[in-house]
Design a protein around this ligand. Structure first.
Ligand code: UDP
Length: 249
């Protein structure tokens, strides 16, 4: 069993044994800005229901989630579990939103941003579109995410040369978090964050659900129906609900 992690002044709710920060998008961004100012390498996890189920089954991933500096509530399932635990959280904080907001801050403050992950060409396309959306945003590099774990160190050294303040890794859970954890002392990004399929969305390859679907909190269902690979993730939702209902700390 893992030893408890000192959460300091963080306001968290425990879900399936993992801390999830009770933050909205604005507070998450404030926290990220503080990390960038402070300059020590920090790790951010965007936690959805399937991710927390996965973490229960993968001790290495579990330990990363417990030691992360910020764990954002990235699904309606997580919001439901927080409410059930008596510590409600107001809104979802997704990787897609954080990539967008960090790029906006980058255009204002010059933060150096690196985009790693997704199929060849996608990170570049996302960079191009983010630069158009946030003129002046300082994306210092991008690279696809299809390489074996044995090459992690080589890739990390390439990224380190660009001296990123914020590193986004879009390679799916738990691969992206394991890459971040294993290479954090090489890359030394002030913030490194796993963002799943966010670069697919920012590249324009995958569309976000219409606003009315987002408002009904059904974006996950929309994307699952359009992408069979996502369906296996949606199947984790009842597992998550069942485990939360039965969870005893
Ligand atoms: N991916 C990658 N390298 C791999 C496997 C996947 O870069 O070895 C990318 C894939 O192209 C996709 C993202 O990782 O862009 C995973 O997206 P998904 O939405 O499935 O991630 P999740 O949010 O479910 O963790």
């Amino acid at each position: 069993m893992e030893t408890a992690v000192d959460l300091g002044t963080r306001d968290c709710v425990e879900i399936l044994g993992f801390p999830v920060d009770r933050v909205g998008v604005g507070e998450a961004m404030e926290r990220i800005a503080r990390f960038v100012r402070e300059g020590e390498p920090r790790v951010v996890v965007t936690a959805d229901a399937a991710g927390l189920v996965l973490a229960q089954e993968d001790p290495e991933f579990a330990s990363i989630v417990r030691q992360a500096d910020l764990v954002t509530p990235d699904s309606v399932g997580v919001l439901w579990a927080a409410r059930r635990a008596g510590k409600p959280i107001g809104q979802r904080v997704s990787g897609v939103d954080l990539v967008d907001l960090v790029c906006q801050r980058s255009s204002e403050e010059g933060w150096r941003v690196f985009l790693l992950g997704s199929a060849p060409g996608v990170a570049e396309m996302a960079a191009e579109r983010l630069r158009l959306r946030h003129p002046g945003c300082n994306i210092v590099g991008s690279r696809h995410g299809y390489f074996p774990a044995e090459s992690d160190e080589v890739v990390a050294r390439e990224i380190a040369e660009t001296r990123p303040d914020v590193l986004f890794v879009a390679m799916g859970m738990p691969r992206q978090e394991k890459f971040i954890w294993a290479t954090r002392s090489i890359i030394r990004a002030k913030v490194a964050m796993g963002v799943g399929g966010s670069l697919d969305v920012h590249s324009g390859r995958v569309r976000r659900a219409p606003r009315w679907v987002q408002r009904l909190c059904l974006e996950w269902l929309w994307r699952s129906l359009l992408n069979p690979k996502k369906l296996s993730k949606a199947r984790q939702l009842p597992v998550f609900l069942w485990r939360v209902l039965r969870y005893r700390p």
